[in-house]
Design a protein around this ligand. Structure first.
Ligand code: PLP
Length: 379
């Protein structure tokens, strides 16, 4: 019986009463055979669509060859993934882990070691993960309150307010300035190019690292491989995760070659980090993120945003590419639930914000179908 499913799972999520058993491209299928249009993609993870044949083939081939040897040895997929990410970044070294929070942890440790300082400037409304370090730099009091005391020396500035950034650096103890080019969980709020420039300048003036969290907005989601490419800054460090292996667990810290050299053997580690199967899948993802796909993200993102803007109850549409937030005149939770009933999977990001993060391979027809369903739900 369905209600028994999950009885032994700790209740950290308010899960919808749907059990998915299969995915294909932009479509999901539940255990009763119903088909859903997936405009969440596992929260901006399954960028190439469910069971993408190229990624599946790369993972299968590696599964038949070698699963794990530990980081005491080299494996080709891990080194080749680092090569690919470095080439896209324009010169970087990678540390691989298993999630976004771990990529943030790695970056926070790296910043301390590189600068000899402890302070972090992060932003109000940010989200960087649930582990102690990542939670400490997450600017959402409700998520932090039950778990304090957290890691010290973190100050929160306001998004797109350069003065508050400068005030947060007043004591000079700044190891890094950490921000999401687009705040995802915080409600889909983009940083302006001027604010990112100010953050880069402030980091430079304090001999600190500019550390960008592209866990959600990176890897093609905004229409460029890295979100920061569109914003005119070159960070010292970038955290990646979600879309990197199209749904297999992976995280990565990239350190720009000009900021490299702080970590030595023994400074940081992860048993599963750089797993060959996951890295083989991630190499296939990087190869698939070509100019044609990025152009699709841009075009379909514009189509989606334009369509959303004309729907009833929509006050504002924010974001970039296929990371779209839709501020509503009503709570988003019931709208998400009604969409699910109507076989459209969407998410929320805060009280009144619908979050749409479809696979990057979504078609114009699928965008139009999603808009039709949303129109009916919101009417
Ligand atoms: N950073 C950002 C911007 C995120 O959106 C998330 C997750 O939503 C994280 C970090 C944490 O990633 P994970 O859940 O893989 O630990």
């Amino acid at each position: 019986m369905k209600t028994a499913l999950g009885a032994h799972v700790l209740p950290t999520y308010a899960r919808a009463d749907v059990t998915f058993v299969k995915g294909e491209g932009v479509w999901l299928f539940d255990d009763t055979g119903k088909r859903y249009l997936d405009f969440l993609a596992g929260i901006a993870v399954v960028g190439l669509g469910h069971c993408h044949p190229g990624v599946a083939a790369a993972a299968h081939e590696q599964l038949d060859r070698l699963w794990h040897v530990s980081n005491l040895f080299w494996t080709r997929p891990m080194a080749e993934l680092a090569d690919r990410l470095s080439a896209r970044f324009g010169g970087a070294q990678a540390f691989f882990c298993n999630s976004g929070a771990e990529a943030i942890e790695a970056g926070l440790k790296y910043a301390r070691k590189a600068t000899g300082k402890t302070g972090v400037i992060a932003l109000e409304g940010s989200f960087h993960g649930r582990t102690f370090g990542a939670l400490s730099v997450t600017g959402q009091p409700a998520k932090r309150a039950a778990f304090e005391p957290l890691v010290p020396d973190v100050r929160f500035a306001r998004l797109n307010d350069a003065e508050s950034l400068a005030a947060a650096a007043a004591d000079g103890n700044v190891a890094c300035v950490l921000l999401e080019p687009i705040q995802g969980e915080g409600g889909v709020h983009p940083a302006t190019p001027a604010f990112l420039r100010a953050a880069a300048d402030l980091a430079a003036a304090n001999e600190a690292l500019l550390f960008l969290d592209e866990v959600q907005c990176g890897l093609g989601r905004t229409g460029s491989f890295f979100a920061h490419e569109r914003l005119g800054v070159r960070p010292h460090a970038v955290a990646l995760a979600k879309g990197l292996a199209n749904g297999l667990p992976i995280g990565a810290l990239l350190v720009a070659e000009e900021a490299a050299g702080a970590f030595a053997p023994g400074d940081h580690a992860s048993t599963f980090g750089g797993n060959p199967v996951t890295c083989a899948a991630a190499c296939a993802v990087c190869d698939a993120l070509d100019d044609a796909l990025l152009a699709n993200v841009e075009a379909l993102g514009e189509r989606l945003a334009a369509g959303l803007a004309s729907l009833p109850g929509v006050c504002e549409v924010r974001g970039s590419g296929l990371l779209v937030g839709c501020e509503l005149d009503r709570p988003a939770g019931p709208v998400v639930a009604s969409c699910l009933d109507a076989r459209l999977v969407v998410g929320s990001a805060g009280e009144r914000v619908l979050r749409l993060t479809p696979p990057l391979v979504v078609s114009a027809e699928e965008v139009d179908r999603a808009l039709e369903i949303l129109d009916e739900v919101l009417a």
